[in-house]
Design a protein around this ligand. Structure first.
Ligand code: ZN
Length: 116
């Protein structure tokens, strides 16, 4: 779904928040007022719903470089512990997860509805 949204947004960035519970990300939440640009997705945190299931963010890099920018690092610090960046051409494997500090972290994928 994220890859599809990223492809739809190309060449603009796609951005959303990640929602999760019990260490499982189960949904993405669009933030009203999100601005898509060529290089940055600006999320207005003032519009962020009060929702404690928001555990991080996801956004796409149309450049294909899957590495957090300085602006991304700043945003990571303010939005939660788990951040996903997907890179063009948005194949199933074109993503990485990062922690608040921008260090790459391992996040497994859960298929379908089977929660472990
Ligand atoms: Zn970025």
């Amino acid at each position: 779904m994220i890859m599809e949204a990223s492809r739809d947004s190309y060449p603009m960035e796609f951005g959303a928040m990640l929602k999760g519970e019990h260490d499982v990300i189960y949904e993405i939440a669009m933030i009203p007022g999100t601005v898509q640009g060529d290089h940055h997705t600006i999320m207005w945190m003032g519009n962020k719903p009060v929702d404690f299931t928001i555990i991080g963010s996801v956004h796409s890099h149309p450049s294909g470089v899957i590495r957090p920018s300085d602006a991304d690092l700043h945003m990571f610090q303010n939005t939660g512990p788990i951040h996903m960046i997907v890179g063009y051409p948005y194949r199933e494997t074109d993503y990485k997860f990062f922690n608040r500090k921008g260090e790459e972290i391992e996040v497994g994928l859960v298929g379908g509805n089977q929660l472990k």
